[in-house]
Design a protein around this ligand. Structure first.
Ligand code: SF4
Length: 392
């Protein structure tokens, strides 16, 4: 890969807030369904980690993005979110126009909550609508119905939060293509700034996977999933959104800057249970992580919220482990992530460029100078293309 500044000091901060009302039937994320007591103790521990990190040189560069992810960050309630945002603002310098994103579920959205989030400095709300079919939402184990999903979207649109994004899922067993597209059309009437459209994956250990494995639900045929993806893409483009990543579409200037940094192979700090960070060697050393002569270091936290709280109480940083990454590993990861973007990725190695040109001959990739990007057809088989390039 070509040299760039991606291992510069981190300008992005991810904060994991792992609490959910219940576990959705398809979810295998690091979440906790514990109530206010653990939430309070978790926040105390999180702020402890935040204070430690913010006093190191790893936090010296002004932040361009802060992402409150989960879990369901909106579940924390305004008071806890206010405490967290005050600590972020006190501990880190934030660039003018810093993106501050909050993931929210419809159950916690109200006109008052949206007003409070705007007041706390949230610049982007990402709403987990997932489907506008009530039977499908029940099958997914979601805690809201279609009507609440649309109401929440409307309240966010009317609020002072500058950007609103929605998540929708396709290829859900039992949801027809017509029902899926009807839901997408209803969401598009609210003119969201950004839309993430993900294919359902049946992760091992989830309820949805068990239902399919036991023959109680029929997985969506590959051809139908592809039809849903293509139809959604066409509708999203017709609605004036641009695809900038395999599953993500936005109006101009409304891409998720936080995720763009991640897909471009940039560095980022992470706080909280289950979160992963990626830093250059110097920043990693500043956090006390072994960096040796490695160019990059990935680190991750204790996955379970209660364990995270306990180890912080014993004086640990909350970081479970870390891994030093060689240039070649960083290059391959950047290739795999960069190909997800419609802008593509710079490739300098002759071997990789030759392999890219071979795949371009099939219409799956475009090679312009040293930049390689996937065509819409290539995006449909991206995992396969990435594996072929990595093996080149
Ligand atoms: S709300 Fe999101 S993070 Fe929480 S259980 Fe459902 S899918 Fe998982």
């Amino acid at each position: 890969m070509t040299a760039d500044d991606s291992l510069a000091p981190p300008r992005s901060l991810y904060i994991h807030l792992p609490f959910c009302r219940r576990r959705c039937a398809y979810c295998d994320f690091a979440i906790s369904i514990s109530g206010p007591d653990l939430q309070d103790r978790y926040l105390d521990s999180l702020l402890e980690e935040l204070h430690f990190v913010s006093r190191t040189s790893a936090a010296a560069a002004p932040l361009q993005t802060v992402h409150l992810g989960g879990g369901t960050p909106s579940l924390l309630g305004t008071e806890r979110l206010a405490r967290l945002m005050e600590a972020v603002a006190a501990g880190f310098s934030m660039e003018d126009g810093c993106e501050v994103a909050l993931e929210a579920n419809p159950e916690e959205v109200s006109p008052a909550a949206a007003r409070e989030w705007a007041r706390l400095g949230i610049t982007r709300a990402s709403l987990g609508i997932q489907s506008l079919s009530d039977p499908t939402l029940r099958w997914l184990g979601r805690g809201h119905d279609a009507e609440l999903g649309l109401s929440a979207l409307g309240w966010l649109r009317e609020s002072d939060i500058p950007q609103v994004s929605c998540d929708l899922i396709f290829a859900i067993p039992g949801q027809s293509t017509g029902t899926f597209l009807n839901g997408l059309d209803r969401v598009l009437r609210f003119e969201p700034d950004h839309l993430s459209c993900y294919e359902l994956t049946l992760e091992p250990g989830t309820t949805t996977r068990r239902l399919v494995d036991r023959g109680r639900a029929r997985p969506v045929a590959e051809a139908v999933a592809l039809e849903q993806l293509r139809s959604a893409r066409a509708r999203l483009l017709a609605a004036g959104l641009t695809r900038y990543e395999v599953s993500n579409y936005s109006r101009p200037g409304c891409q998720s800057r936080h995720n763009l940094n991640y897909w471009r192979g940039g560095t980022y700090l992470a706080l909280g249970a289950g979160s992963h960070g990626f830093l250059g060697g110097a920043a990693a050393s500043a956090l006390g992580l072994p960096a040796g002569r490695a160019r990059g270091v990935r680190y991750w936290h204790f996955r379970d919220a209660a364990t995270y709280v306990r180890v912080l109480g014993q004086g640990s940083s909350g970081i479970r482990d870390s891994e030093q990454l060689e240039d070649s590993q960083i290059g391959l990861e950047r290739l795999a992530l960069g190909l997800r973007l419609t802008e593509g990725v710079e490739v300098a190695e002759a071997q990789l460029l030759a392999a890219s040109r071979r795949l371009a001959a099939h219409g799956w990739l475009v090679v312009e100078g040293e930049r390689v990007r996937a065509t819409p057809e290539g995006m449909e088989i991206l995992d396969r293309l990435t594996l072929e390039l990595i093996a080149a």
